[in-house]
Design a protein around this ligand. Structure first.
Ligand code: C2E
Ligand code: CA
Ligand code: CA
Ligand code: CA
Length: 279
């Protein structure tokens, strides 16, 4: 096993070698993926529960790697975070998502928000505020069309530094949500201090909420707490109508998941947006 303390034997298993080789291989390929234009974004629709209207999309990265097919972010984002490539990749995601949303806006999309996932390193090493500003300016997209998703661990990692950046981002007019909420350690004090707009309830609590009384209690508590702090809630991982109905009863504001749509390639997202608008 790998994570052992001092003075313990660390057995060397063949899978560790292949893990390491795997990561090295991903890292080498990823270094060129940006220049070779192998990265792309999919977009998953988000909906308002009360009105049923589409309110936005979450941008989710994919890697079209020659000889490997479409590689999932679960495989390469951790490697990109490890080696620092997440900083230029993150800037590319911001530029691409903003440019795409500006195109859809020009094509007649109603006011929507594009939500972009951020990594901790973008707050540390990168110049996030500059990247966000540049992405909006180059695309000609109003800041109110961009949302940034942060995780609880980003907020807690280096609170003073992150808070300063978050405040400057808010001044630009972008909105902020806390991703995977409930899986980390956020305290109420942090939520208040960071003045985020929305909590994104982690899909592990949502997926089987109709069959799990504990999950129902957790989601109810998150929604109540969020509302009393003036925050909205969005549930991710909504896969069926039973879950959707229960979320509505619990007062959750918004939802996203396979029930509505899987993440869509950009070319399929515009027809989806226009059809949703017409309903
Ligand atoms: P996440 O931000 O929590 O994104 C939600 C994940 O749940 C996505 O997986 C999405 O496809 C999946 N999902 C959505 N609805 C459902 C559902 O109803 N059922 C189930 N089972 N899954 C659902 P995906 O696209 O594979 O992304 C995985 C993770 O990779 C993301 O988790 C996020 O942490 C990271 N990621 C993706 N794109 C980016 C990016 O541009 N930058 C950074 N830093 N991380 C990213
Ligand atoms: Ca997310
Ligand atoms: Ca999430
Ligand atoms: Ca997640």
């Amino acid at each position: 096993a790998k994570h052992q303390g001092r003075n313990t034997w660390c057995c060397f298993a063949p899978h560790m070698l292949s893990d390491a080789a795997d990561r090295l291989d991903i890292r080498n390929g990823l270094a060129q993926a940006l220049q070779r234009d192998e990265l792309l974004l999919y977009y998953q629709p988000q909906f308002d529960l009360a009105s049923g209207r589409m309110i936005g999309v979450e941008a989710l990265i994919r890697w079209q790697r020659p000889g490997h097919g479409l590689v999932s972010p679960a495989r390469f984002i951790p490697v990109a975070e490890e080696c620092g490539l997440i900083v230029p990749i993150g800037a590319w995601v911001l530029r691409t998502a903003c440019r795409q949303m500006a195109e859809w806006r020009a094509a007649g999309a109603p006011h929507l928000v594009v939500a972009v996932n951020l990594s901790a390193l973008q707050f540390g090493r990168g110049n996030l505020e500059q990247d966000v500003r540049a992405a909006l300016e180059q695309a000609g997209l109003p800041a109110g069309w961009l949302e940034l998703e942060l995780t609880e661990s980003i907020l807690l990692q280096n609170p003073d530094q992150v808070l300063a950046i978050v405040q400057r981002l808010r001044k630009l007019g972008v909105s902020l949500s806390v991703d995977d909420f409930g899986t980390g350690y956020s305290s109420l004090a942090y939520l208040k201090q960071f003045a985020v707009d929305k909590l994104k309830i982690d899909q592990s609590f949502v997926r089987a909420i109709d069959a799990q009384p504990d999950d129902t209690a957790i989601v109810r508590a998150i929604v109540q707490m969020a509302h009393s702090l003036g925050l909205k809630t969005i549930a991710e991982g909504v896969e069926n109508t039973a879950v959707l109905d229960l979320l509505g009863k619990l007062g959750c504001d918004e939802a996203q998941g396979y029930h509505y749509a899987r993440p869509l390639p950009a070319a399929e997202a515009l027809p989806f947006i226009l059809a949703a608008q017409a309903q």
